[in-house]
Design a protein around this ligand. Sequence first.
Ligand code: 2BA
Length: 109
Amino acid sequence: MKLVVAVVQDKDSSKLAQNLVNANIRATKLASTGGFLHAGNTTFLIGTDDDKVDEVKHIIQQSCKAREQVVAPMSPMGASMESYIPYPVNVSVGGATVFVLDIEQFDQF
Ligand code: 2BA
């Protein structure tokens, strides 16, 4: 069994959730925040059999798209220096950042 962890943009989360339900694939949605943009995103936890991982990845790929986002300069007073950006920059966000982990045990009580 595998755990697929997918970080997606909030705009794509409803579509992805619906497509997973349609494919009879179970998932948990967590509200998350990107470490770089400090913007909200959504993290899906998807426990699935090994032979379904490719299908899950395909559904994620079809449901999520990359978007350009302008990062405005942040005040050094209002943010930590490590994330201080002195001028507006374009960053391409997403479609999805996906991790696949081996699961040692899966129990439901
Ligand atoms: P954020 O950390 O808010 O990053 C948003 C976008 O900003 C990234 O898009 C990337 O294009 C850019 N970016 C991030 N860190 C950067 C840096 N140090 N320098 C320059 N540009 C940077 P994505 O790569 O598509 O990532 C989208 C979201 O996925 C991230 O939001 C984060 O929440 C998650 N993510 C990405 N890589 C990850 C990783 N290795 N581990 C955990 N979460 C990750």
